[in-house]
Design a protein around this ligand. Structure first.
Ligand code: XUL
Ligand code: CO
Length: 435
């Protein structure tokens, strides 16, 4: 059965092509700074937005045209696997990501859910073996069901903690079965609605407890994916504990998790936290904790997580620059945590939207590589901080000075001149790399 019978495997055809089902910038085999684009970008397709999103919104009914619905929920789940691997193969994408509830129906009990997961992951494994496609990460959805109304590991209800632990155990078993390279924790409900009735410290200690159980279980079964926390400041929680990269790092360090945990950073979560994406990547890099990214973009005119496919080359350039500076993103990748707009309801839009996102990241990669090769930011910053390379500056960064010695220095040098940053020139020159 083919779900996209009119589309062949998508190929690179260059910028002049009229073919919508072709890459105009993403050329998987093209070598940039010693690695192919495919090796640099490590794209992944997200099961949830691609296979289960129906196009409904708070004011509108489902609109997406999808042809994989079967007679029973399990028939649909099996059809989805078939269609998903067709999408991955046609897009020439090597990785994918999913939540447990995306792939298998929850059934009437946890036992039935687990057995559904077993059956569907058998099918997924078969497809992976046939195609060579790999699992970037999986995760447990511990936020949609009503039982998680007050959180998962952070719930006031210990029964919910236990249920969440069972889901994480199953997630790690599945990760081992499918050779998952990373395992994600996104705590959508790990936060609070009101501080009036919330013990923040207790709740966060419990989240750390669950994470430590996950590390211990991974060791026990001999499967150690890179664990990732995905920060987000709010939505659905009013306040989410993993607010942003810096907050998540404080949590990781406080609980001694730094050897096992890194960050999965999402562009639209960064903007919700009042940061640019490159800010979040830069913070993570500073802690040697840049694990993986969820690629999407928000809308500056809307205040929520719109999860749009990335089409802004300015943003992808600065993100790819951070990734190049990081020495790459592996074993993480670039997961399209992105959904088609409601008006893009056709089946083919699933492919077209990914092509747009992949081309935008390819352009970002090329521009970032040129910026790096030209030492655009290096020279700029070297010049800007030059006062620390000689004289008193060199002594300050060599930790040779103290308040008294610097006071003596300042008394003799209190006539200070600063230099203009000419920031408008910088931005204008940066534009030259984008077009
Ligand atoms: C929600 C979000 C999630 C995580 C995985 O905003 O980004 O889809 O990526 O749970
Ligand atoms: Co995400």
């Amino acid at each position: 059965m083919h779900y996209f019978p009119n589309v062949e495997k998508i190929k690179y055809e260059g910028k002049t092509t009229e073919n919508l089902f072709a890459f105009r910038h993403y050329n998987p085999e093209e070598v940039i700074m010693g690695k192919t684009m495919k090796e640099h970008l490590r794209f992944a397709v997200a099961y949830w937005h691609t296979m289960t999103q129906d196009g409904s919104d708070p004011f509108g009914d489902p609109v997406n045209q999808r042809t994989w619905f079967g007679e029973t929920p399990m028939d649909t789940a099996r059809n989805r696997v078939e269609a998903f691997f067709e999408i991955l193969t046609k897009l020439d994408v090597e990785y994918f990501c999913f939540h447990d509830v995306d792939i298998a129906p929850a059934g009437d009990s946890l036992e039935e859910f687990f057995s559904n997961i077993d059956e569907i992951t058998d099918l997924i494994k078969e497809k992976m073996d046939q195609t060579g496609i790999k699992l970037l990460w999986n995760t447990a959805n511990m936020f949609s069901h009503p039982r998680f109304v007050n959180g998962a590991a952070s719930s006031n209800n210990a029964e919910v903690f236990a249920y969440s632990a069972a889901q994480v155990k199953k997630g790690l078993d599945v990760s081992k079965k499918l050779g998952g390279e990373n395992y994600v924790f996104w705590g959508g409900r790990e936060g609070y609605e009101s501080l009036l009735n919330t013990n923040m410290k207790f709740e966060q200690d419990n989240i750390a407890r669950l994470f430590k159980m996950a590390i211990a279980y991974g060791e026990k079964i001999g499967h150690k994916p890179q664990f990732l926390i995905e920060p987000k400041p709010m939505e659905p929680s009013k306040h989410q504990y993993d607010f942003d990269a810096a907050t998540a790092m404080a949590f990781i360090q406080k609980h001694g998790l730094e050897n096992d945990f890194k960050l999965n950073l999402e562009a639209n979560h960064a903007t919700l936290a009042g940061h640019t994406f490159e800010h979040e990547l830069n913070v993570a890099r500073d802690y040697d904790a840049l694990g993986s990214i969820d690629a999407n973009q928000g809308d500056v005119l809307l205040g929520w997580d719109t999860d749009e496919f990335p089409t802004n080359i300015y943003d992808t350039t600065l993100a790819m620059y951070e990734i190049l500076e990081n020495g790459g993103i592996a074993p993480g990748g670039i997961n399209f945590d992105s959904k088609v707009r409601r008006s893009s309801f056709a089946m083919d839009d699933l492919l077209l939207a990914h092509i747009a996102g992949m081309d935008t990241f390819a352009r970002g990669l090329k521009a970032a590589a040129a910026l790096k090769e030209d030492r655009f930011f290096d020279d700029l910053k070297e010049k800007r901080y030059a006062s620390y390379t000689t004289g008193i500056g060199a002594k300050i960064v060599a930790d040779e000075e103290d308040l008294e010695s610097l006071t003596t220095y300042a008394l003799a040098h209190d006539d200070i001149t600063n230099e203009s940053s000419h920031l408008e020139v910088v931005k204008s020159r940066l534009n030259d790399y984008l077009v």
